[in-house]
Design a protein around this ligand. Structure first.
Ligand SMILES: Nc1nc2c(ncn2[C@@H]2O[C@H](COP(=O)(O)OP(=O)(O)OP(=O)(O)O)[C@@H](O)[C@H]2O)c(=O)[nH]1
Ligand SMILES: [Mg+2]
Length: 232
């Protein structure tokens, strides 16, 4: 089983992508399961093969440990990483590919305990952002820098997925793709070396989870990753 974690800020479309990309993978003939790893979500569109809410409820953790919503989220991932029952259930999900839908937070997996959890449960990461992350040249630099830092922290192959491409005008998308190179040139020497080392993080995949657009290229990249780790 090849496990892909969808991580990124709030509202960028991780859950929608988990739903529509898993449908796409199924149409390509793969057995796919989606795991909900967001203890705070109220509603999910996909049928979850695993649901963290069965093990941990945000509200209970907030109440018992006197934490705010974000503190509870961190605590839950920390506990989940040590929870043998939960991990065994997650490992027991039977499919070719498992898509792991996580809670929206940019910094969550930069913390050691949470990074450890991610390393334990995933083989690869989609760092998901949306159209708003790519509205200027500087944004590309920021995006890649954030991704490089994340990937360094949890040491997993990482693809940067720009969702909501339906909201980016085509001509603007082309301009922004070329801007990405200009942007990289503007990065300080040290940071560009860092980005080079994490070569996969340099690739940007534009998709629309809403319109199931751009999935072919993403699927090819997933297959490359699966081949590299001997899955196919
Ligand atoms: N236009 C457009 N809207 C999208 C797309 N993908 C998701 N959305 C919308 O973006 C909003 C947030 O989507 P979610 O899938 O809940 O985002 P999320 O990242 O899981 O959000 P959190 O779990 O709260 O962090 C919803 O209103 C979606 O319908 C897309 O490709 N295009
Ligand atoms: Mg979500």
């Amino acid at each position: 089983m090849y496990r892909i974690a969808l991580i990124g800020g709030g509202g960028v479309g991780k859950s929608t992508l988990a739903f529509t990309f898993s449908n796409y993978l199924e149409k390509q003939g793969l057995g796919v399961a989606v795991a909900n790893l967001d203890p705070e979500c109220r509603h999910i569109a996909y049928r979850a093969g695993f649901d963290i809410r069965k093990h941990y409820k945000s509200w209970d953790v907030m109440k018992e440990m006197r934490l705010g919503p974000h503190g509870a989220l961190k605590k839950i991932y920390e506990m989940a990483g040590k929870d043998r029952k939960l991990l065994a259930e997650l490992d027991g999900v039977d499919s070719d590919v498992a898509v792991l839908d996580t809670a929206g937070s940019l910094e969550l997996f930069l913390l050691e305990n949470q990074a450890g959890f991610l390393r334990r449960v995933a083989d690869a990461v989609f760092f998901v952002c949306d159209n708003e992350s790519v509205s200027s040249e500087e944004d590309f630099v920021t995006l890649k820098a954030v991704n490089a830092i994340q990937a360094l922290k949890y040491s997993l192959p990482t693809l940067t997925v720009v969702n909501k491409s339906d909201l980016i005008k085509k001509s603007a998308k082309q301009q922004r793709l070329s801007a990405q190179f200009g942007g990289l040139a503007a990065v300080g020497e040290h940071l560009s070396e860092l980005l080079k080392e994490i070569s996969r993080s340099q690739r940007l995949f534009f998709v629309s989870a809403k319109e199931s657009d751009g999935f072919g290229e993403l699927f090819d990249a997933v297959n490359e990753l699966r081949c590299e780790c001997g899955e196919t």
